[in-house]
Design a binder for this molecule. Structure first.
Ligand code: ADP
Length: 485
């Protein structure tokens, strides 16, 4: 089966979050099951710079905001990819420094509507083999708002591949104005509440939901949640009306990249059969990253880790409220890695300056440090208010670092709370709190710290988590079944 993936980021070339991980590992899992895959990405400057050899497949001309835009379509074989990558090289739109979606100050690129409308138009043409390459996909699998218009463009075509649209996060709607809609000369009949119109503007995410043949999201619980007003971001009514084509398929993780027994980012490797002394050595290395001298007290104290985008979704305000209490009432140390909203970055940095021996904060994006935190921390914090799937909690389970999570979305689907029953029958893997807010989060951390002191119970909790199978094989099977309907 030929499958064309269309996405705006892909590990390790360009990644801002879980989307990039999934766009790398899912097509590989499909490839391993015999699918013939191509992945189309925008030709960002940072991405093109990483490529050794590219082949020109041809040129495509599509409508932009000010007239016709030409895009070079490049093909490359990247050592990390088992199948060819196609790049939409359009310098006016993608040849710039920085993040794929926002400028240095964190504001959306002002021409995002044009950038991703052009990208989608080109991808839709490639899906119809407009370059006569002799490669006609049966399925086009698009991801999040950046590729939401692809299904809409293809819906207009008489003979076309099947379209699948995956929502990785409903909170990012790709919302633009009516004047963008007009300037981009999008088809006028799309402008209705049954089309892409959304509160006086238009939403590229909504286009994907309306026009794709099948819509998926990345966990079964999130698939239900987004059909409710609380989690639906104004699209819950639409999603309820499309429930017949909405599927929740849990993300997997790449178990070759995220594997404590082979992870080259770690100074010591370990496995479920022998967690120590490897994990301890990683804890020491993690502390050494921030402290000139790591003493016994620091090694004995529980080390709490967090990796993620510093945004409201991730419950950073709850973390900020919990830190002073934890520092006052317990002996924990905390290490936090992330970037995001300036206000959270500032507050965390300030707090860390006040507690240089116990609170370690690194603002930025640091893949090796993310691995070391998963391995070296004792407990992983992930109190997201909502979480479509979440990957970090699965990484932490696999690294023997039980997570503390709020019961929502993919967190609810992947972490089993440690209580009397689940500890007794050895199904417990972490700590799940039920009420949103810092007090319940703190109470869950306290429960975790109590259990941490009970070595035998703790070891069992770690081992159960490490034995969970989160690889892609099962989910890839669900996608293949969906493509074949
Ligand atoms: P989201 O997609 O909402 O950001 P996920 O938990 O699904 O959250 O995935 C986040 C991914 O991005 C994980 O692979 C995580 O390790 C990585 N990540 C997030 N922030 C950072 C950071 N500051 N440094 C390194 N990796 C990060």
């Amino acid at each position: 089966m030929k499958i064309l993936f269309v996405a705006s980021e892909a590990y390790p070339l360009v990644k801002t979050g879980g989307l990039g991980d999934v766009v790398y590992s899912l097509p590989h899992a499909l490839h391993a099951r015999g699918a013939d895959v191509r992945l189309v990405l925008p030709g960002y400057r940072a991405l093109l710079r990483q490529l050794d050899q590219v082949r020109l497949l041809g040129w495509l001309e599509v409508r932009g905001a000010e007239g016709i835009v030409s895009a070079r379509i490049l093909e490359t074989r990247h050592p990390d990819y088992a199948f060819p990558l196609w790049l939409v090289d359009c310098p006016a739109l993608f040849d710039r420094e920085g993040n794929p979606y926002v400028d240095e100050s964190g504001r959306d690129w002002p021409d995002n509507a044009e950038r991703f409308a052009v990208f989608a138009r080109v991808a839709a043409l490639l899906a119809q083999d407009a370059l006569d390459l002799g490669w006609q996909p049966a399925v086009v699998h698009t991801h999040d708002w950046q590729s939401g218009l692809v299904a809409a463009f293809l819906a207009e075509q008489p003979a076309r591949p099947k379209t699948v649209f995956t929502i990785h996060n409903l909170a990012y709607g790709g919302n633009f104005t009516h004047s963008d809609f007009v300037r981009l000369q999008l088809p006028g009949h799309w402008w209705s509440s049954e089309g892409v119109e959304f509160h006086g503007g238009f939403s590229m995410l909504k286009a994907g939901i309306v026009y794709a043949d099948a819509v998926t999201t990345v966990s079964p619980t999130y698939a239900q949640e987004i059909c409710t007003p609380e989690f639906g971001c104004g699209l819950d009514g639409l999603l309820r009306s499309r429930q017949y084509k909405l599927h929740g398929i849990l993300n997997g993780i790449d178990t070759t990249i995220w594997n404590p027994s082979t992870d080259t980012h770690l100074p010591a490797r370990y496995s479920v059969g022998r967690i120590q002394p490897g994990k301890r050595r990683n804890k020491e290395a993690l502390l050494e990253h921030f402290l000139p001298l790591v003493d016994d007290a620091a090694m004995r104290a529980p080390l709490l880790g967090l990796v993620g985008r510093l945004v409201e979704q991730k419950g950073v305000d709850w973390v900020l409220a919990a830190i002073p209490v934890l520092l006052a009432e317990t002996d924990v140390r905390l290490v936090l890695l992330g970037s995001g909203q300036a206000v959270y970055e500032k507050k965390l940095t300030r707090l860390a300056k006040q507690h240089p021996e116990r609170l370690f904060v690194k603002i930025g994006y640091d893949e090796p440090l993310a691995h070391l935190i998963e391995a070296g921390a004792d407990l992983f914090l992930m109190p997201s208010r909502f979480e479509p799937c979440g990957l970090n909690q699965m990484y932490s389970l696999r690294y023997g670092t039980p997570p503390v999570v709020f019961r929502t979305g993919g967190l609810a689907d992947t972490v089993v709370d440690a209580n009397d029953t689940t500890l007794e029958d050895a199904t417990a893997t972490g700590f799940v709190f039920e009420t949103s807010g810092a007090p319940a989060f703190l109470a869950a951390i306290h429960r975790a710290l109590d259990l941490y002191r009970q070595l035998k119970q703790w070891r069992r909790l770690q081992q159960t988590g490490m034995r969970q199978s989160f690889d892609w094989s099962e989910s890839a099977g669900h996608y293949l079944a969906l493509y074949s309907i």
